[in-house]
Design a protein around this ligand. Sequence first.
Ligand SMILES: [Cu+2]
Length: 156
Amino acid sequence: MTFPIVRAALLLVSIAAFAAPAMAGDKAGIVIADVWARASVTATSAAYMTIENAGADDDVLVEMRSDAAEKVEIHTMTMDGMVMRMRKLDRLALAAGETAQLAPGGLHIMLIRLQAPLAEGDTVPLTLVFEKAGEIAVGAAVQKAGHGGSGGHQGH
Ligand SMILES: [Cu+2]
């Protein structure tokens, strides 16, 4: 007579599946804050955020995607003399307790082949896929570049 137990287990699984999206932005120790994207006149732009691994386990950001852009990549930016160089990262490791600051002039999320240029006030949907925490969906508020930050994203 295990049938009722199986049914109860299935019910719990479906409740968990429904509960998961409500935890977006704060899941299995990953806390994502200050998400914004740069307003653009072209089909390329960048998004910034703070990603904190507040959990007890190391985790790795392995993939990013967006309904608004064909490709989403993690880039580093460094100065080589007077030349700004960007390099794509395949993954971004976050040790337990570590916080990654994605900000103009440094680590950023590159939005490539946007469906439309980003206008101030828009929200860009982004999905971050972590090895352990799984998928986390956030919305990046589009803001004008300007205050702070070192220059634009020419070179792409
Ligand atoms: Cu870039």
